[in-house]
Design a binder for this molecule. Structure first.
Ligand SMILES: Cc1cc2nc3c(=O)[nH]c(=O)nc-3n(C[C@H](O)[C@H](O)[C@H](O)COP(=O)(O)OP(=O)(O)OC[C@H]3O[C@@H](n4cnc5c(N)ncnc54)[C@H](O)[C@@H]3O)c2cc1C
Length: 416
């Protein structure tokens, strides 16, 4: 039996971050991965979707490039090449990760692993004794009680990455991050997209003004959507199209359905003394949250769960952190909404849609909601301010470069 200080099951963001941190602290680490290193994030989540989304954005920008003086003839998207490019990026980052783990001195074992008790892991016919064990085995797509994945017409976010040809039309159930990003990708490539959301607004976890803005963005992007509506049943007709039965009585016809209705932690028996981090913990399912949990688990690097950013990619990006307006009691807060179209930079970039919305209470920022190009980067400025309780008045003393989208933060602060 081999002995290690730390045994980690799962090589996604939670698992590999824990491995790097533990090695920095001089622990002997063994990491088990049954599939590809990088987990969902690198192989079936963040990285492949954002790579495809970037191709879609470039295509979208090129469609209106003539306005900016850039002319091109015969513009078209080659979807199979888009997917090949995505595969190359994933492969490159996977190799980088494998090399970094090797260089860190982590022992990587590419096997399915079973945790037998709080000190023993079994994998590939061998047993490993570990002082401490972390389970970071992630999550899987979840389907609906009456609608099950079939990999051909009823697709999960995993299946959709294997498409070689664009469908002519798609119904997407769910308008969270995954549903919204895929709606944007498909619409850019000319697919007829309909999003069906069960909650009263798109992006149900967002501030209500952000949700409403996304509804406008969808309309401009010719993405049809339903809210307060459920997908109840899906029927496959002649092995070629699907009929999607909605709770409002309507029946949609499309070439396939993407169920973006959530993910569930990998089913496993919980063992006392074992730490469960990342998606398997059953908490927020985001790669950066998994990473924070790993940092906390190994290095006791604490974080504020209320300030975990949410980001929806595409053009414009959407990002938020902290409290939403609907969380706050009337008269308990101040609000400032600054339109991105008032910034010179947004006109330079031909990307004027969006706003910076800041909510404050007692002179401190309590929530930030941004719809803008670069929102994923901008939100961090406000998270740093919130986390460190920097007063609004103090923040106003900061010099913001011109022309930038950051000026939107300054202008929004000035209206509080
Ligand atoms: C389409 C999509 C887009 C996403 N986009 C974003 C985004 O933009 N930003 C963001 O923050 N998050 C995003 N996410 C979520 C993010 O991918 C996950 O939150 C993150 O991957 C969770 O990390 P993890 O380490 O907990 O688990 P995972 O990444 O799921 O890794 C778990 C690993 O454990 C392995 N494993 C499981 N069981 C065993 C076993 N018994 N033995 C050995 N190995 C095992 C699995 O093979 C897997 O590699 C997205 C997810 C999806 C599906």
């Amino acid at each position: 039996m081999e002995n290690f200080d730390l045994g980690i099951v799962g090589g996604g963001p939670a698992g590999y971050t824990a491995a790097f941190q533990a090695r920095k602290r001089g622990m002997d680490v063994v990491l088990f991965e049954k599939d590809e290193l990088g987990g969902v994030c690198l192989n079936r989540g963040c990285i492949p979707t954002k790579t495809i989304l970037h191709s879609a954005e470039v295509f979208e920008q090129m469609k209106s490039a003539a306005e900016l003086g850039i002319e091109s003839d015969n513009l078209r998207a080659n979807f199979s090449k888009v997917m090949e490019h995505k595969d190359k990026i994933v492969e490159k980052l996977r190799k980088n990760l494998a090399l970094s783990l090797k260089n860190s001195g982590t022992v990587v074992i590419k096997e399915f692993a079973e945790i037998l008790d709080s000190h023993t892991i079994k994998a590939g016919g061998q047993t490993y004794h570990c002082e401490k064990i972390i389970s970071a085995i992630g999550s899987v797509p979840s389907d609906l009680p009456a609608v099950k994945f079939d990999g051909k017409f009823i697709l999960s976010s995993d299946d959709i990455l294997n498409l070689k040809v664009l469908p002519k039309s798609i119904v997407i159930a769910g308008s969270g991050a995954i549903g919204t990003e895929w709606a944007r990708i498909f619409a850019s490539f000319g697919v007829d997209v309909t999003v069906v959301e069960f909650a009263p607004h798109l992006l149900p976890n967002a501030d209500v003004e952000v949700s409403k803005r996304l509804e406008r963005i969808f309309k401009v992007g010719k993405i049809k959507y339903y809210t307060s509506t459920a997908v109840e049943k899906v029927e496959i007709i002649n092995n070629s199209v699907v009929k999607v039965y909605l709770s409002n009585g309507e029946i949609l016809e499309s070439h396939c359905v993407l169920l973006a209705t959530g993910r569930k932690p990998v089913n496993c028996q919980r063992i006392d003394g074992v730490s469960y981090i990342g998606d398997v913990s059953g908490s927020i399912q985001l790669a950066h949250y998994a990473i924070r949990q790993a940092l906390d688990e190994i290095g006791q690097v604490s974080y504020d769960e209320k300030l975990i950013p949410s980001v929806i990619y595409g053009c414009p990006e959407i990002a938020w952190a902290g409290l939403r307006e609907q969380d706050l009691a009337e008269d308990s807060y101040k609000k400032s909404v600054f339109l991105i179209s008032a910034l010179g930079k947004s006109h330079c970039d031909n990307c004027t849609d969006g706003f910076v919305k800041i909510l404050s209470s007692d002179g401190l920022i309590v929530g930030a909601h941004i719809v803008s190009k670069e929102a994923s980067a901008l939100i961090e400025q406000l998270i740093i301010a919130m986390q460190n309780k920097i007063p609004v008045e103090k923040l106003k003393e900061t010099c913001f470069a011109h022309p930038t989208y950051s000026e939107g933060i300054f202008e929004s602060l000035c209206n509080l």
